[in-house]
Ligand binder design. Structure first.
Ligand code: C2E
Ligand code: CA
Ligand code: CA
Ligand code: CA
Length: 277
């Protein structure tokens, strides 16, 4: 038993070493990823199940590592946030997304908003306003077609400052949505102090929408959105039962694998075309 125990420890050490080495490698390589053109964007549609029309698309970052292959954002975004690389990465992303959305506009595609995830790090040093302005002016995109997805972590420190930054972007016409609502820090307490337009119901609730207690949470979020005059979007929608339930409670906008997985821009164009016919 002692022997086995020691072997298990060794295995555990090796596992830790491997994770540590991978993490160091990713950290080192991520700083070159933007310049080397290794980052790209996938789009996932948001569908209005009431009007049967596309309502929006979320832009999601991907990293094609030259040796390690496709790295998931669940792995590289935390590294980007810890190292501060998320700031130049988001700057690149905003520009790329606005340029693509403007190209779609010129092709005469439906006028849906495209959303970009905003890490809290981007709010530091007043970078957000500058980055959004730059992306809008480079692309010529109308601010009404851009949406920013934030999370409740922005309420953790100096909320008034963040609120001010968001408010000035909203005055421009940019939409702000609260992502993963109900899972983070201080969901309800600060909600009325945050300048937002949309609540996104977290996929953990939607996934379990057959469970009575989760149904109560979903209904409550939809009611709050109604009272505060916010749009509500359900995320992680995978089944027709979930769609039935969400529609019955008054949530019509759906994002999830049921309708479409994140896809590259060209596939998104085809998806929109297919859905229209
Ligand atoms: P998120 O913002 O909550 O994005 C939704 C995630 O759920 C995406 O994962 C999407 O692919 C996945 N998803 C959507 N529908 C379904 C479904 O029906 N079933 C399941 N199982 N999953 C679904 P993804 O693309 O891997 O992104 C993970 C997270 O990484 C994002 O969560 C976001 O927090 C972060 N992230 C991705 N791109 C960016 C970015 O450009 N900037 C920042 N700051 N964070 C990003
Ligand atoms: Ca999001
Ligand atoms: Ca989310
Ligand atoms: Ca999430």
């Amino acid at each position: 038993a002692k022997q086995l125990g020691r072997n298990q420890y060794r295995l555990f050490d090796e596992e830790l070493d491997r994770k540590f080495i991978r993490r160091m490698e990713l950290e080192r390589d991520l700083s070159r990823a933007v310049a080397e053109g290794e980052l790209f964007v996938m789009y996932q549609p948001k569908w209005d199940a009431q009007t049967d029309r596309i309502s929006g698309a979320e832009a999601l970052m991907r990293w094609q590592h030259p040796v390690l292959g496709l790295i998931s954002p669940g792995e590289f975004i935390p590294i980007a946030e810890e190292t501060g690389l998320i700031v130049p990465m988001t700057r690149w992303m905003l520009k790329d997304v606005c340029l693509k959305r403007q190209a779609w506009q010129e092709q005469g595609i439906a006028p849906f908003r495209v959303s970009v995830n905003m890490s809290i790090r981007v709010f530091e040093r007043g970078m957000l306003q500058e980055m959004v302005n730059e992306a809008l002016s480079v692309s010529g995109l109308s601010p009404e077609l851009l949406e920013l997805e934030i999370t409740e972590t922005i309420a953790m420190h100096d909320l008034p400052d963040k609120a001010k930054q968001l408010q000035s972007l909203r005055k421009l016409g940019v939409t702000v949505s609260m992502d993963d609502f109900g899972t983070g820090y201080s969901s309800l307490g600060n909600l009325d102090e945050l300048p937002i337009d949309v609540l996104k119901i977290d996929q953990s609730f939607v996934r379990q929408s057959a469970v009575h207690s989760k149904q109560a949470i979903i209904s409550t979020i939809i009611a709050i959105a109604g009272h505060l005059n916010l749009e509500v979007v359900a995320e992680g929608v995978e089944t027709s039962e979930q769609i039935e339930f969400l529609l019955s409670r008054g949530c019509a906008i759906m994002q999830g694998y049921y309708y479409g997985k994140p896809m590259e821009a060209a596939a998104m164009e085809k998806w929109i075309d297919d859905m229209a016919h």
